[in-house]
Design a protein around this ligand. Structure first.
Ligand SMILES: C[S@@+](CC[C@H](N)C(=O)[O-])C[C@H]1O[C@@H](n2cnc3c(N)ncnc32)[C@H](O)[C@@H]1O
Length: 283
């Protein structure tokens, strides 16, 4: 499948998820029938103290696999960019953490998600937020312009991850931090899983193997690379998910057990004498 076709499939899936929320429902990662609170990937990611202060629709649209805004240890005054911001939950949480002196950008390519996110921003009454339309492969921001890049379960969906990481590197200020949650694979993955577009769009089959992820981050120019598992999935939890993609669960199970995890990935853009523009608070 070409990158263009893949992006189109992803847009349709997440456009439909946004419409579910706008119609009063809850978005689901694979677009399936289960609610996200019973989904092993998206459930219980946020503290209720964080979510109770957000619009219900921002929480209902949450399709991530971690809580990057909390793990990134954001500081007042920082500029944050969320790659694949969806309904905006992590952008709104980031905006609260960086305060009025800072700013949180959300970037998404799906019109319905952007409409939902902007509606959620209005309901939250936050002014230091801006949602941008575009792709994470071509970030519509200048180089050296943000302190922190977060992302929540999106990079696994891209057909050109090298491009995404080099774009992230470009827009980060020297000393800036990449702090992302993503699905990561440990070891070999069966080919039939890799080939399944349904699983890809539903957060799984586009996931990188952890050493391959490290290598891509390193080749994009990042340093201080760290990958921390936050949740390791059991086959039993994914049984319905895998079966609904038409896979023979008994055959696939032993090959999948313990190999998929949500992880928090950290890395920094090195300082260079040529382009130091002032340290962020973590540098
Ligand atoms: C799994 S959802 C995650 C949404 C959000 N981060 C969250 O935690 O709820 C993926 C989101 O990324 C967006 N997306 C996927 N691929 C993208 C790309 N290549 N460029 C821009 N946005 C993309 C989709 O439109 C969707 O809103």
């Amino acid at each position: 499948m070409s990158n263009e076709n893949l992006q189109e499939a992803v847009k349709q899936k997440y456009g439909a998820a946004a419409k579910q929320v706008l119609a009063g429902g809850t978005a689901t990662c694979g677009g399936g029938a289960e609610s996200s609170c019973s989904d092993p990937i998206t459930k219980d990611l946020y503290d209720t103290r964080e979510t109770s202060a957000l619009p219900e629709e921002a929480v209902a649209a949450s399709l991530g696999c971690g809580n990057p805004a909390a793990l990134a240890k954001l500081c007042p005054g920082e500029i944050v960019l969320d790659l694949g911001s969806g309904g905006g939950i992590d952008v709104l949480l980031s905006a609260k953490r960086v305060g009025p002196a800072g700013k949180a950008y959300g970037l998404d390519m799906t019109d319905e998600m952007l409409a939902l996110a902007r509606e959620n921003q209005k309901k939250a009454g936050l002014e230091n937020v801006e949602f941008l339309k575009g792709t994470i492969e071509n970030i519509p921001l200048p180089e050296n312009s943000v302190h922190v890049i977060i992302s929540n379960c999106v990079i696994n969906l891209s057909g050109d991850k090298d491009r995404v990481l080099s774009e992230a590197f470009r827009v980060l200020k020297p000393g800036g931090r990449l702090a992302i949650s993503d699905v990561v694979v440990r070891g070999e993955v069966p080919t039939d899983i890799r080939k399944s577009v349904e699983l890809w769009v539903g957060c799984f089959a586009g996931a990188l193997e952890e050493f391959a992820y490290r290598d891509k981050l390193f080749r994009a120019g990042f340093e201080n690379i760290d990958i921390e598992p936050t949740r390791i999935y059991k086959v039993e939890e994914a049984r319905d998910f895998l079966a609904s993609a038409g896979l023979d669960i008994e055959k696939v199970a032993p090959l999948v057990e313990g190999k998929f995890m949500s992880a928090f990935l950290r890395a920094t853009k090195p300082f260079s004498r040529a382009n130091v523009v002032g340290p962020s608070c973590r540098a």
